[in-house]
Design a protein around this ligand. Structure first.
Ligand SMILES: *Cc1c(COP(=O)(O)O)cnc(C)c1O
Length: 457
């Protein structure tokens, strides 16, 4: 019976099937959610999200405490941020990372104190920086040499001392199943630790950035920041990058006499998207990274700094699913004589751009019922005017899947709503939270009136 076994990864913990075979989230049947909120809809399992936030905080706190080091966990708000979600993660002891004035405004609206907020970005505007300084954010992650002076000048004008970290690139790129390490990086973020930088024989851009911060009294240098990638399933990339950052920290101490107090290891902890995939285990990665950085610090003869990490996807991704209604179903004969069933749903690349953007793979199940029909090769597609508008590239669905059925796609909590667009002038779906048998709207569905209100004719 297709779909009868729905539970475990990649589904959130609150997902189950009721006696009739319908999918439920935290006790609420999907048909009830569809009826009340419409489809497509993003459904967030609040307890699951809170549990993942706690699990990351506890795992890292415990693992680093073994070596006498403290850890702060920042939720990377770009994965998905709303007032309620910012409040939940803060209640669970996390801080919040933002990467724009909009994300900062949402975190502040949620009541997260400025001191518990970080501001990222490779091209922050003066307005965003002023907003951050006025809110008293706990840290601004400086991304370029130009920005050192920009932040310092704005801090001087505001009459404050800005707490900053310098984002560096270690040459480690990670994501998916492997990582690569190179001396130089051809991408826009951070300052390279590779010696020489753009002038042969001179300090690395990272060292120059750190020294430039120390030279400005309007800036307080908290530490060094490194983020190596996303959807990482192999812990070795974190360890190689952390060792490089600790070495830079020791070099800076030698040069300037200042041993910075903090090191941020970034986010990127991978999750399961498909049945059978295994997420990075928080306890295991925390222990591996803690013992690795302790060994690096011992080798360098420096005490351990305070660490921070920035998981986004791993907190909110598995807690969310997208609910769609099937519209049309069309069998298409393939070159190898197989048949693929094209199942069109009422959303698509406007609510989940990841398959089109990265070739990301997802899973789907018939959610409103179970079926005894034989499973057939299917592709779930959206309603946009692009043949690349694919929701689920390849999945077995029961042969009798038909108009009106509800499909659920798991693990869409991260980078779904946050990357959603109005392509084809579709209205962006709501985000609905479910907990203990109760559902409520966190972000309402856009309406055509919203779209028309933006259009000035
Ligand atoms: C995107 C990002 C994160 C979060 O990445 P996830 O893969 O969602 O964990 C953390 N830190 C920085 C600097 C980022 O750009």
């Amino acid at each position: 019976m297709a779909g009868a076994g729905t539970c475990g990864e990649p589904w959130s913990r609150g997902v189950a099937r009721d006696e009739a075979g319908a999918l439920t989230v935290a006790g609420v049947p999907v048909a009830e959610l569809a009826e009340r909120f419409g489809t497509p809809a993003y459904v967030l399992d609040e307890d699951d999200l809170r549990e993942r936030a706690r699990a990351y905080r506890r795992a890292f706190e415990a693992a680093f405490a073994e070596f006498g080091a403290g850890v702060d966990v920042y939720y990377a708000g770009k994965a998905f941020l709303s007032v309620a979600v910012a409040r939940w993660v803060h209640e669970e002891g996390l801080r919040v990372d933002t990467a724009s004035g909009g994300e900062l405004a949402v975190a502040l609206r949620a009541g997260v104190p400025g001191a518990d907020i970080g501001l990222h970005g490779n091209n922050k505007s003066d307005d965003e920086l002023r907003q951050a300084l006025a809110a008293g954010v706990g840290r601004i992650i400086v991304d370029s040499l130009v920005e050192v002076d920009r932040v310092a000048d704005l801090a001087a004008a505001a009459g404050v001392v800005a707490p900053v970290m310098v984002r560096v690139t270690t040459g480690v790129h990670a994501g998916g199943h492997e990582f690569i390490s190179t001396a130089h990086e051809d991408q826009k973020f951070g300052l390279s630790i590779a010696a020489g930088g753009d002038e042969q024989g001179s300090d690395s851009p990272a060292m120059r950035g750190l020294l430039a911060v120390l030279a400005r009294p309007e800036l307080r240098l908290l530490g060094i920041h490194s983020h190596i990638g996303s959807q990482i399933l192999d812990p070795s990339g974190f360890e190689v990058a952390a060792a490089a950052v600790l070495r830079l920290r020791a070099d800076l101490a030698e040069r300037s006499g200042v041993l910075v107090a903090e090191v941020d290891l970034g986010g990127g902890y991978g999750i399961a998207y498909l049945p059978g995939e295994v997420a990075l285990d928080a306890d295991r990665i925390a222990k591996d990274v803690a013992s690795s950085v302790a060994a690096s610090a011992a080798e360098l003869g420096t005490p351990l700094p305070r660490f921070s990490i920035e998981p986004g996807r791993a907190i909110v991704g598995p807690a969310g699913l997208t609910l769609y209604t099937v519209g049309t179903v069309k069998p298409v004969r393939l070159d190898d004589d197989r048949t693929r069933l094209y199942v069109s749903v009422d959303g698509g690349m406007s609510d989940n751009i990841r398959p089109a953007l990265y070739g990301a793979r997802y899973h789907a199940e018939l959610a409103s019922r179970t079926s005894d029909a034989e499973p057939v090769l299917a592709r779930v597609v959206g309603k946009h005017c692009e043949s690349g508008d694919i929701v689920v590239h390849e999945v077995d669905l029961p042969a009798d899947v038909r108009a009106g059925d509800l499909l659920a796609v798991p693990a869409t909590g991260a980078y779904g709503r946050s990357m959603a667009s109005n392509y084809n002038l579709l209205t962006r779906p709501p985000v609905v939270a479910v907990r203990g048998g109760q559902a409520r709207t966190l972000v309402r569905r856009e309406t055509v009136d919203d779209l028309l209100a933006l259009d000035q004719g």
